[in-house]
Design a binder for this molecule. Sequence first.
Ligand SMILES: [Zn+2]
Length: 270
Amino acid sequence: MSSPALARTRALRLDDVGAASKQHEVYGLTRIRLGPLALPFPGNFLFLKYLPPIKRWGPYPELTAAQWEAILAALAAAGARMTVGVTAGWVEADGSVVPFPRKFPAQAAAIRAGVERGLLEVANHGYTHCVLQDGLFRARLFSGNRPYHREFHEWLPDDLHRDHLKRAQDILEGFLGRAVVTFVPPGNVFGAATLEAAAAAGLRYVSCLNPGRGGPVAGLTFVDDDAVVSMHDRDIVRGGLVAFRALLGEPGSPFVTVREIAEAREGARR
Ligand SMILES: [Zn+2]
């Protein structure tokens, strides 16, 4: 059994850093509220999906290095820590993949400094965040493309799960100079092959909604989102640092990393 103090402790997790889905994942509202009615609305039609307030997800910009400095200062001031789900490869429009530290060197340096200061844990949030094959990640003219902005669908070959997780690990551990142990499956989508590949790539913790849905996996500890406040970089890009600071100032014990929650659970089990 976990101690009451541990049960109250929550992790804070910020996903989608470095994920090109913020550029390519574009879909629109398909129902529109008019008083009590929800009317069908062609929100995915041509350019409508790019226009606020019809636009639902992307495009939005990557957090800047200056914003990262402000995030680190806010965490330090609150005595809090945070896990950052980084997608290790940026998918260009032509389908080529650029490693995060090469695409965003200033942001990567700020994040690494945050790890070195003990304020951040970097988690593996996939290699592409999307399906590369057949250009499925690209925006369409007449429909949204949300399903293809999940990386680890069960219908993709087992090799791809292994290859993407290994590439992501190599990039993230290369620029941090330390082990990355937490896996955050993009969009909560994964299969048995994904988890086997994660364990083989050296990952030990899986953090998402109901990560234990397929039963236990040797070598992996699951951290369900009920122990985690999960956000997207989009929340800070759109909502600003004010909302982030307010979250850190909420009553309760300060936030920790997903890794800390998982380690405490492992300790309690032993
Ligand atoms: Zn994501």
